[in-house]
Design a protein around this ligand. Structure first.
Ligand code: ZN
Length: 411
């Protein structure tokens, strides 16, 4: 139903525009170059015939595909982000199209001997005989999330061209700066005006997610006392040793490298110090809200204990919540997940429903009043040189969007 070449052309026209976001920047969008693609997307939305197209001063794009039925049905939305991760360069992306993938090693870059191999990336095996789009080994690809953008626009174009498919009002939203955790920050939920939405920002075909971590960050600052080491007895307090005690008092097995599924963790990601002061930076993650609160308490209690031992505040801890599990916002409206699941099954896609071990824009949007599960966009190995996307998965994602629109109008 969707032409392969058409979708490849659109995708390539997006990934070849550099839109890397920048966590150090305080502006929105965080990088000026994101406007290059944002402006193009606005033109493309006009070209396919959408209405109410708007782009605000922060480059948030919205548009409408009007309903083509008489009865009132819910307004749904589809959302994706056009920035790419600052983890790896997105400048001069040079996509490679591999047709009829033979299931063997793919040489991304012969001169630098960069190989995309199914021995290491086993997911590749399921895409034998399909068309893959890869990098040339020197950049990321940007399928995260330009695959999602491509799919949403292609699905809207298809619906415009096929008025025999009946649907309600559909809103689409494209955001900057998702990769630096700010995609939802300036998203105007009331202007968007949808009853619910889906982010097209998952990975492999079939993914459907409505659970993510509860997340907080903790900064632990430990104050010591510097004295000449030769005369330090009874006087010196070495903040690094106190930091070591602090670290060792947290459960060593509750760390990212020892947990999976719904198991939460404490993750020490930065440590810097000298005798006088040591700083530890942690992230705290747990799907379960009570466990999440308990983890924060464990860290605070630990700080208090050490302070009591020293009879003064040597450990100062600051914990900030970052985002919450959207499950509590989605569960009361579970039919929005059921529709997506039904859409996939009707297209012979096996839904893969699992908790995200991270966050999504959808979780923030869900807490802003727009319940927003996440659906696969098709890519793999995000944020690096081994990123790739099968074109067949992108086409399936387009079909899922069309089917969800259709099913919502029938409910
Ligand atoms: Zn993404």
């Amino acid at each position: 139903m969707i032409s392969k070449q058409h979708i490849i052309n659109r995708f390539v026209s997006y990934v070849t525009i550099d839109t890397e976001s920048d966590p150090e920047s305080n502006t929105t969008p965080s990088t000026e170059k994101q406007w290059d693609l944002a402006n193009k997307l606005v033109e493309d939305l006009k070209d396919i015939g959408l209405e109410d197209i708007s782009i605000d001063e922060h480059a948030y794009i919205m548009a409408t595909l009007p309903s083509n039925i008489d009865q009132e049905v819910p307004t749904i939305g589809f959302i994706s982000h056009f920035d790419t991760s600052p983890d790896f360069t997105g400048a001069n992306v040079n996509p490679q199209i591999i047709e009829n993938y033979d299931g063997k090693d793919i040489t991304l870059n012969a001169s630098e001997n960069i190989i995309l191999s199914p021995d290491y990336f086993e997911d590749l095996k399921q895409y034998k005989d399909q068309t893959l789009i890869t990098t040339d080994g020197t950049t990321l690809l940007g399928a995260d999330d330009k695959a999602g953008i491509t799919e949403i626009i292609t699905a809207m174009e298809y619906l415009v061209q096929h008025p025999e498919i009946k649907h309600g009002k559909i809103r689409i939203g494209f955001t900057p700066d998702e990769e630096i955790g700010r995609g939802a920050h300036k998203f105007d939920v009331s202007k968007f005006g949808a009853d619910w939405a889906y982010t097209m920002d998952g990975s492999q075909i079939g993914e459907l997610e409505y659970e993510n971590f509860n997340a907080a960050g903790a900064v632990v600052t430990i104050k010591g006392k510097i004295v000449h080491p030769g005369y330090a007895k009874g006087k010196m307090i070495n903040s690094m040793y106190i930091a070591q005690d602090f670290i060792n008092s947290l459960p060593r097995m509750e760390t990212p490298e020892h947990t999976s599924g719904r198991e939460g963790f404490f993750h020490l990601h930065t440590m810097k110090g000298n005798v006088e002061e040591t700083q530890l930076q942690y992230i705290i993650r747990d799907h379960d809200k009570e466990h999440f609160e308990a983890r924060k308490k464990v860290m605070k209690n630990l700080a208090n204990e050490i302070n009591t031992q020293h009879a003064k505040e040597v450990v100062h801890i600051e914990i900030k919540d970052q985002y919450f599990n959207m499950r509590e916002k989605v569960e009361p409206v579970m039919h929005i997940v059921d529709i997506a699941e039904e859409a996939m099954k009707s297209l012979d896609i096996t839904p893969i429903i699992k908790p995200i071990r991270g966050g999504t824009d959808g979780s923030q949007l869900s807490f802003m009043g727009l319940p927003c599960p996440n659906i696969f966009a098709g890519g793999h190995n995000f944020h690096g040189r081994y990123e790739y996307v099968p074109v067949e998965s992108m086409i399936k994602a387009v079909e899922v969007i069309v089917k969800i629109a259709e099913l919502t109008a029938k409910k």
